[in-house]
Ligand binder design. Structure first.
Ligand code: PEP
Ligand code: MN
Length: 566
C-alpha cells in the first residue's frame, strides 16, 4: 500500500496553504490542518507530520514575521519553497447587496491584502485564525449579515455565495511559502537557494562586511530581512536568502568566511528554488502517484487526501456540518415511544444547542420479547419533531427492504452494531444519497469495521460516519468496553468523520460525560448520546440515558472543555 507523507498546514480545508501545498505536491501527500503557525512547527517537531508548510512573504504585505521568528527558535530545516497566486473573494450564505454586510471575518494577512476594498465597506472587520476557517464559520452560523474573505475553493467547500471578487489591493498578489522538515534534506539541485540567519559583530560596517563576502564570491542575494533580537534591545537578527547550495564549493567557502564576521550563524536550509517548471515536474509525479492511489481502499485518508465534511442542509431547518473541526452532539431517546416522550426530549436538546435528534423506530433488540419500536409510526413522529423543533433526524434501519422508507423520513441513516456485517443492508444504503452512521460491530476488529464502511463507499455513497460504540470483552462492570484508541486510529487511517456512542459503549449514564470528554480530547468529531425525559420509565436503555438535567450539565461541561482545548 503506498504510503503518503503528511504535511502540517495552517488553516482548514480550502485554505491558501492547502492550495500552495497542492501546487507543490499534488496528491502525493496528506494535509494535516492546524490552527496556528506554532502548531505547524510543533507537529513537525514531534514527527506527527514529515513536512510543514508556512507562508513567509507576500507581494502586498511583505514578510510574515511569525514565520521568521519560529525558524530561529526551532531546529527544523527549510527543504523547499513554492510561490502561489492569491485571489480573495467575499463569501456569504446568500447573495446579498454589499451594503447589508455588517461583519467581515478573515485571517489578518488576508484582511491587510484587501485594505482598499475594506475601507469602502462600512462594517466591522474581525480577524480570526484562518481564511477557510472564516468561511466555515459563516457556513455554520448562517448570519446573512456576516461574510468571510477566503478562496474560491473555500466557497465551494462550504457552500457559500460569492458577493464580491478579486478583492486584493493590487492584482498579481503572490505568496511565497516555505517547506520545513525535521529529518528530510532536499536532494542537491543545481538551481538551489539557501537561507541563513545571523547576528553581526557590534562594530561599524559589520553588516557591510558580511554582504561584501557575498559580493566577493559573486553570490546573488535574493532577500534580506531583519527581526528584533528579543533579548537584546536594539540588536537584530538578519535573515538572508541567496542563490546556491551550501554544498557548492563557493558557497561553503563564503559561509566559512562569514563565521569570522558574525557572532551567531545558523543555516536554515538549502533547497530547490521555485519555478513553474518545477510545478510541471510535480504534475508528472502526481499522475504517476495517482495510479498507485487507485489500489488503496476508498476509506483511506491517503487516497482522498482530505477530510470528509458532511453537510446537512434544509431550508426549513438551516445547515450544519459534521467532521469540519467542530464537535457535534447527537442526542435523543434510545427508542421513539410516543409523541409526549419524543417532543419533551427534542425540546430540551434543542434548547441546549443540539442540531441532530436521534430516536430508534426500528429497534434491533437482543430478545424478541423486548419492545421492538414503533416502526413507520415512530418515523412519522420523528418527522413531526423535525418540523416542530427544527432538528435534523437520525434513525436506524435494520432491513434492506426498509432503506427507502427510512430514507424518506430521516436525514442520516444509522446502521446498528448488530448489522455492521449485514452486507446486503450495507450495499443498499450505499446506493442512497443520504449520510450513513455506521456503528462498530459488537466483536468487530477495526479492519472489519473499515471493510464494512468500504461496502457503503464502494456503492457510491461518500458520506459515511464511523461510530465506535464499545466492543465485547471479558469485563462485565460496563455493558461494553469503549475502545477509545479506535478514535486516533480511525482518524489517521480514514478521511471519514469519527463518532463515539458512550451510552451503548458503557451502559452507564454516569460514564457518559467522562467518556465524551475523553472522546473530544482523543480527536473525535462528535458523540451520540441517549437522553430521556424520564429514564426510569424508558422502554429501552433507561440505565444509560441521561435525564434532562444531566444533559444540560453535559452540554455545559463539553462546551467548557472545547473552549479550553481551543
Ligand atoms: C442504538 O443506537 O440505539 C443502538 C441500538 O446501538 P448499537 O447498534 O450500537 O447497539
Ligand atoms: Mn439504545
Amino acid at each position: 500500500m503506498a504510503y503518503l507523507p503528511k504535511v502540517a498546514i495552517q488553516g482548514e480545508e480550502g485554505s491558501f496553504s492547502e492550495e500552495a501545498g497542492r501546487k507543490y505536491w499534488g496528491n502525493t501527500v496528506v494535509f494535516l490542518p492546524k490552527r496556528s503557525f506554532e502548531d505547524v512547527v510543533n507537529s513537525v517537531e514531534k514527527r506527527e507530520a514529515e513536512y510543514g508548510l508556512l507562508p513567509i512573504e507576500n507581494t502586498l504585505i511583505g514578510s510574515i514575521s511569525t514565520t521568521y521568528d519560529l525558524l530561529l527558535e526551532s531546529n527544523l530545516k527549510i527543504t523547499g519553497e513554492v510561490i502561489t497566486q492569491v485571489s480573495h473573494y467575499l463569501l456569504a450564505i446568500k447573495k446579498v447587496p454589499l451594503s447589508e454586510i455588517k461583519r467581515v471575518y478573515s485571517h489578518p494577512a488576508a484582511l491587510s491584502q484587501c485594505s482598499i476594498f475594506l475601507q469602502k465597506l462600512n462594517c466591522k472587520i474581525i480577524p480570526i485564525y484562518d481564511t477557510a476557517g472564516s468561511a466555515m464559520k459563516i457556513c455554520r452560523e448562517k448570519d446573512p449579515h456576516s461574510a468571510a474573505i477566503a478562496s474560491k475553493l473555500a466557497a465551494k467547500l462550504y457552500n457559500l455565495e460569492t458577493i464580491a471578487e478579486k478583492l486584493e489591493d493590487y492584482p498579481n498578489n503572490q505568496t511565497r511559502f516555505i517547506i520545513i522538515s525535521k529529518d528530510k534534506e532536499e536532494e542537491y539541485h543545481k538551481n538551489s537557494k539557501t537561507t541563513i540567519v545571523f547576528t553581526t559583530l557590534h562594530r561599524p560596517g559589520a553588516l557591510y562586511r558580511v554582504l561584501k563576502i557575498f559580493n566577493d564570491f559573486g553570490i546573488n542575494l535574493t532577500k534580506l530581512e531583519s527581526r528584533p533580537h528579543r533579548t537584546e534591545p536594539w540588536r537584530s537578527y538578519f535573515y538572508l536568502d541567496f542563490e546556491g547550495h551550501q554544498k557548492d564549493p563557493l558557497v561553503s567557502e563564503a559561509l566559512e568566511e562569514l563565521k569570522e564576521e558574525t557572532n551567531f550563524l545558523k543555516i536554515l536550509g538549502s533547497y530547490p528554488a521555485w519555478s513553474e517548471s518545477r510545478s510541471k515536474e510535480q504534475a508528472k509525479l502526481r499522475i504517476e502517484s495517482q495510479k498507485d492511489l487507485s489500489s488503496l481502499p476508498l476509506y483511506s485518508r491517503e487516497r482522498k487526501g482530505k477530510q470528509t465534511i458532511i453537510h446537512l442542509k434544509d431550508p426549513s431547518i438551516g445547515e450544519t456540518i459534521i467532521g469540519g473541526g467542530d464537535f457535534t452532539v447527537i442526542a435523543g431517546p434510545c427508542s421513539v415511544e410516543g409523541r409526549k416522550q419524543l417532543f419533551k426530549t427534542a425540546n430540551a436538546i434543542k434548547e441546549a444547542g443540539v442540531k441532530i435528534l436521534r430516536g430508534g423506530a426500528f429497534k434491533p433488540r437482543t430478545s424478541p420479547y423486548s419492545f421492538q419500536g414503533l416502526g413507520e409510526e415512530g418515523l412519522k413522529l420523528l418527522q413531526e419533531a423535525r418540523e416542530a423543533y427544527g432538528l435534523f433526524i437520525i434513525s436506524e434501519v435494520v432491513s434492506p427492504a426498509d432503506v427507502e422508507l427510512v430514507a424518506r423520513y430521516v436525514d442520516i441513516l444509522q446502521i446498528g452494531a448488530r448489522n455492521m456485517q449485514n452486507f446486503t443492508l450495507l450495499k443498499e444504503v450505499g446506493q442512497i444519497k443520504k449520510p450513513v452512521l455506521l456503528k462498530r460491530g459488537l466483536s468487530a476488529t477495526i479492519e472489519e469495521f473499515l471493510l464494512s464502511a468500504e461496502y457503503i463507499l464502494s456503492r457510491g455513497n461518500e458520506d459515511v460516519i464511523l461510530c465506535e460504540r464499545g466492543i465485547r470483552t471479558f469485563e462485565t462492570v460496563t455493558r461494553n468496553t469503549l475502545d477509545l484508541s479506535a478514535i486516533p486510529i480511525l482518524k489517521e487511517r480514514t478521511h471519514l468523520p469519527v463518532f463515539v456512542d458512550p451510552s451503548h459503549g458503557t451502559g452507564n449514564k454516569k460514564l457518559v460525560l467522562p467518556m465524551s470528554k475523553a472522546s473530544m480530547v482523543a480527536g473525535a468529531d462528535g458523540v451520540m448520546v441517549e437522553v430521556h425525559f424520564q429514564p426510569e420509565s424508558a422502554l429501552s436503555d433507561g440505565n444509560q440515558s441521561l435525564d434532562l438535567e444531566m444533559f444540560n450539565n453535559f452540554m455545559d461541561e463539553l462546551k467548557k472543555l472545547k473552549e479550553k482545548l481551543g
